[in-house]
Design a protein. Structure first.
Length: 282
């Protein structure tokens, strides 16, 4: 369930400690943008990124600290690990010098478990494993998080605030669910983009000019997504509202909803992604 920030928890505008962001690629940068947009001072942020973008480098003129020695980092409130899971065994152990007694470590690495993080850092470390998705770049993401028993209510509230800067946040008590979360929402945007690609190609094959087919597919999927976002109706009801008996939509849905149609294909895709997430855990 979605958990509100606890009363009295630090906000990003009055945060006294330091947030260390390890990895500032697309997702790390989206999170940083969200934090700064909510009032976090750049001076409260340390970024560790071997290939920083010009935008991140520009924040150094406002106090952001970039690639500074660990000994120069003080009062670390949170370390956010946003590197690729494949480099985790090399990167995560180097973060030990940044840990303070009250530091909470937040990982958004796919497949990397809380047990892995405890082994790479220390068993006593307060840890949260989370899976955001790319709509975080426009503040419309959704993130699911799970924590170990070392995380205090205040630390959980801080992590929730950091994650909520890019969209909705859900918490689960069973870390085992995170592989399926990764397959549904973490990887899910790629499925939607593929739908637009496929719809574009199908429109062109039906005789539409490619440019018009692309415009129709993009606007239809994005508009339908926004309708779904605003409507209280179940997706099945919205689908039925578009479908007239014996009409064109019904003819298409006869294909898409066949026994070997979209539901079966999506199930296979999500199971494949779930298995891969487990494989990444080692």
């Amino acid at each position: 369930m979605t958990t509100p920030t606890a009363p009295g928890a630090p906000t990003l505008t009055d945060l006294a400690g330091t947030i260390v962001l390890v990895g500032a690629g697309k997702m790390g940068s989206a999170m940083l943008d969200g934090w700064l947009g909510l009032g976090l001072s750049p001076a409260s942020v340390v970024v560790i990124e071997p290939q920083p973008t010009p935008k991140i480098t520009a924040f150094t003129s406002h106090g952001l600290r970039l690639n500074i020695p660990p000994k120069d980092v003080r009062d670390t409130s949170a370390i956010v690990i946003a590197v690729k899971p494949q480099v985790a065994p090399t990167v995560v152990p180097t973060l030990v010098p940044l840990l303070a007694p009250d530091t909470v470590v937040l990982s958004i690495m796919a497949g990397r478990t809380l047990a892995f993080l405890e082994g790479a850092l220390a068993p006593s470390t307060a840890l949260v494993r989370a899976m955001p998705n790319t709509p975080a770049a426009i503040g419309r993401g959704i993130t699911v998080a799970a924590s170990n028993a070392k995380v205090s209510q205040r630390q959980r509230a801080l992590v929730h605030t950091l994650l909520a800067a890019t969209g909705l946040v859900e918490w689960v008590t069973d870390e085992g669910l995170m592989d399926a979360v990764t397959a549904v929402s973490g990887s899910g945007p790629a499925y939607v983009f593929l739908l637009v690609e496929a719809l574009t190609a199908a429109g062109a094959a039906a005789g539409l000019p490619p440019e018009l087919a692309a415009k129709l597919a993009r606007a239809t999927v994005s508009g339908s997504g926004e309708l779904l976002n605003r409507s209280p109706l179940d997706p099945a009801v919205l689908r039925q509202n578009v479908t007239s008996p014996g009409g064109t939509t019904a003819a298409a849905l006869d294909v898409l909803m066949a026994a070997d149609g979209m539901a079966q294909l999506m199930s296979r895709a999500v199971l494949a992604a779930t298995r891969r997430s487990r494989e990444l855990a080692g």
